[in-house]
Design a protein around this ligand. Structure first.
Ligand code: MD3
Ligand code: FE
Length: 205
């Protein structure tokens, strides 16, 4: 029976309700400046069901013409991404075990029908840096396998306040979000789920 990939750290209920609410306020301020947009798959232009925005010096974006990439500006407004909130930088400092600060925070918003197919995160130049993921709002069913698409995957639920740290081998593990469970959290006034992923993008210099 397969287990979790090496380097995968799951910190259930890491953030208390007050810390979760404070992060939601930070994210509301980011979204007011950098609105959620509908990302599109490379080549096909198929819209993703998750809506996205970013904060920090760089943001992960995707569209039909130019595909997956990091860039310094919002694809719709053309403005630079808002600053990374201090609360997020502090979590990275406390948990990531990585000297340099995060360069990108991708903000994923899931409505009641959104999901994310199995994929690897490989658009970064530095895989030695971990990825730190924070879940807020409704619980989701998350799947994580190995570094080969054919490797067996395991499912676990991620609830509001849970943090996952992906380092070592798990950094390149296949993963996805099967579904969310509407009504499982009262954190977000209008429901849904927010996931924040903090990353290093550039190579160590
Ligand atoms: C495992 N987001 O934005 S976060 C993504 O819940 C992404 O929105 C999901 O996958 C979400 O790319 C999952 C947890 C996560 C993030 C990065 C990983 C798990 C990971 C990188 C490698 C392995
Ligand atoms: Fe991912």
């Amino acid at each position: 029976k397969p287990g979790l990939p090496e380097g995968f750290r799951y910190l259930p209920d890491y953030l208390d309700r007050a810390a979760q609410a404070a992060l939601v306020e930070d994210i509301r301020a980011v979204v007011a400046d950098a609105p959620l947009y509908v990302p599109a798959m490379p080549r096909t232009g198929k819209p993703m069901s998750v809506r996205m925005t970013n904060c920090g010096p760089l943001g992960w974006v995707t569209d039909k013409e130019r595909g997956y990439r990091y860039q310094a500006t919002h694809p719709v407004t053309g403005r630079p991404w808002p600053q990374m909130p201090e609360r997020l930088t502090a979590l990275w400092r406390d948990l990531a075990g990585y000297r340099e600060p995060p360069e990108a925070c991708l903000i994923n918003f899931y409505d009641d029908t959104a999901k994310m197919g199995m994929h690897q995160d490989s658009d970064e130049a530095d895989f030695s840096a971990p990825v730190l993921s924070i879940s807020l709002g409704d619980t989701c069913l998350f799947r994580v396998g190995g570094t080969d698409r054919k490797d067996k995957a395991v499912s676990l639920k991620l609830a509001s306040g849970d943090i996952v740290l992906l380092a070592g081998k798990s950094r390149l593990a296949y993963h996805g979000v099967t579904r969310t469970y509407p009504g499982t959290s009262t954190l977000l006034k209008n429901g849904g789920r927010i996931n924040l992923t903090l990353r290093r993008v550039s190579s160590p210099s």
